[in-house]
Write a protein that binds this ligand. Structure first.
Ligand code: GLN
Length: 536
């Protein structure tokens, strides 16, 4: 039987519940436990696939092609727990399943209700992940804030775990805010109230993670303990840090968070093994060199929109003992500047991340052209690779106004298009290529050297493809088709021949990068950008 930890949030959103849950997972793994992580999103969308990155940040993709909340990315970066579509639960999925069963007559004429039918379905989904061979502890993060109407059925299901599994097998961790008011005074009242709201629905938290601007004093922790009925040593100070989120597990373990969990669950105490993680954090904090990467995209205003890309760049920095500074460049702004060279004089390399829709495309093409012509390190991911192809078609092959049919359905030169458009028959289609897929790399190419392998597996999330009609023309003129699918039917990566570092990939390597195992493409890109810096 697995044991369960529910992570809830109080007072307000965006306190970093995902990182808190991931850090807890990281700590439990450091104690030799096998863990699983689940994210519950109380919204009615069935998955995150249809959501605008400006609202919820990036759409994270799992190996099996689920489009999920970005917190799953934190889980993967902080832990080695396997993730699939089963680890992401939404209200939409739960209701869809219950309504489907109702239509099939599987409730045998009974009235279908939130309790027990919705809550049973929620529990079933959680148990399905937790009750697997070898799983010790399952951490379930409940999105939203306690008090939200939407999360009530999930909290009720969590409460029922006490009945189903016994109090000794369930832990509730509550992440809350201790705000600062005038003259830096920290206030505990909102925390008291949010714990009260939890207790009203039958949940007494075991551990409080108190977010605050600065570390909480002992007196303040005693006060919180007294008012919330949480043991003093389980009132953890989750103060703001300036270094890196990867330091958070270390901050928690210093306060004994893992000891408290292990003790409460009655798990045999194995010593903490944290050396590798500490080394990563040290390398980040002590990095002496600075590398500045220009990210040219259209969602640059919201940091979470390109979350995994930014993290993978940081990992590339860690691998090169350097600190990456992100310079976010709005691609639409690039369309208006007079001298692109001046614009890029402050950065050491350019990355164009994934995206959808026409806005900002021309600015990205300007950036790609600049990088290609000036021998500037350039990394194109998904849409970014398609941009490289469009730019090359226009400016080297001289195919006027070449484009992707996503942006210009009537273009004379559809160098990026849907497969069915290429072969001129209507097929089922228009669905996205999602999840893990195999690519074959061309020997002698830069990307082959970087991976050191003929065959690689990376995750995908795209609909449009490089048109096979133009492949020969590209190759003859210096755009190397360096990676293809196993059957050679789709282009997976391209690179500029004779360029120091110009690579585009149709897949998303950022989803496979962790601080302890930085992705080779990102490490190599950062290294190339550092070389660039020395030349300057
Ligand atoms: N919009 C492009 C496509 O659908 C690229 C997608 C992406 O960058 N994730 O193919």
């Amino acid at each position: 039987m697995s044991q369960y930890i529910f992570v809830t949030g109080g007072v307000c959103s965006s306190l970093g519940k995902g990182v808190a849950a991931a850090s807890l997972g990281n700590l439990l793994e450091s104690r030799g436990l096998s863990i699983r992580l689940i994210k519950i999103d109380p919204y009615i969308n069935v998955d995150a696939g249809t959501m605008n990155p400006y609202q919820h940040g990036e759409v994270y993709v799992t190996d099996d092609g689920a489009e999920t909340d970005l917190d799953l990315g934190n889980y993967e970066r902080f832990t080695s727990a396997p993730l699939s579509r089963e680890n992401s639960i939404t209200t939409g999925q739960i209701y869809q399943e219950v309504i489907k069963k109702e239509r099939e007559g599987r409730y045998l004429g009974r009235t279908v209700q939130v309790i027990p039918h919705i809550t049973d379905e929620i529990k079933k989904r959680i148990i399905n992940v937790g009750e697997r061979e070898g799983v010790d502890v399952t951490i379930v993060e409940i999105g939203g804030t306690v008090g939200d109407i939407e999360s009530i059925p999930f909290l009720e299901a969590a409460r029922q775990f006490i009945i189903d599994f016994g109090r000794e097998n369930v832990i509730f961790v509550h992440l809350t805010l201790v705000p600062t008011v005038s003259e830096g005074e920290l206030k505990t009242k909102p925390t008291q109230h949010s714990v009260k709201a939890l207790r009203e629905i039958g949940i007494q938290p075991d551990i409080l993670l108190c977010r605050a601007e600065k570390p909480l004093s002992e007196a303040l922790r005693r006060k919180i303990s007294l008012f919330t009925n949480v043991e003093f040593h389980a009132v953890i100070s989750a103060f703001d840090i300036k270094s890196t989120i990867y330091e958070i597990p270390l901050i928690y373990s210093k306060q004994g968070l893992d000891d408290i969990v292990v003790e409460k669950l009655g798990i045999e105490k194995t010593p903490r093994e944290q050396e590798k993680w500490k080394e990563v954090v040290d390398r980040y904090i002590n990095a002496r060199k600075l590398v500045r990467i220009g990210i040219v995209g259209k969602y640059t205003e919201l940091h979470d929109s390109y979350k995994s890309v930014y993290e993978a760049l940081y990992h590339g920095g860690i691998a090169n003992a350097s600190r990456v500074e992100l310079v976010k460049i709005d691609s639409e702004e690039l369309e208006r500047v007079e001298s692109v060279g001046n614009y890029f004089s402050e950065v050491d390399g350019i990355l164009v991340p994934g995206g959808f829709g026409q806005r900002g495309i021309e600015g990205m093409i300007i950036a790609a052209r600049f990088a290609r012509e000036k021998g500037f390190p350039f990394f194109g991911i998904c849409l970014g690779m398609q941009i490289m192809v469009i730019e090359f078609a226009r400016n080297v092959l001289k195919l006027k106004d070449a484009n992707s049919t996503e942006f210009d359905p009537k273009t004379d030169y559809p160098v990026i298009s849907l497969l069915e458009e290429q072969i001129d028959i209507k097929r089922m289609g228009g669905t996205m290529r999602l999840g893990r897929g195999e690519s074959r790399l061309l020997r002698g190419s830069l990307i082959h050297r970087i991976y050191g392998s003929d065959v690689i597996f990376e995750r995908h999330r795209h609909r449009y493809e490089v048109s096979n009609i133009y492949r020969d023309a590209f190759e003859e003129n210096g755009l190397v088709i360096s990676g293809v699918t196993e059957d050679n039917s789709l282009v997976e990566s391209v690179e500029w021949k004779g360029h120091p570092w110009g690579i585009g990939v149709q897949f998303h390597p950022e989803f496979n990068s962790k601080p302890v195992t930085p992705h080779p493409l990102f490490s190599s890109f950062i290294s190339a950008c550092m070389g660039k810096k020395q030349v300057k």
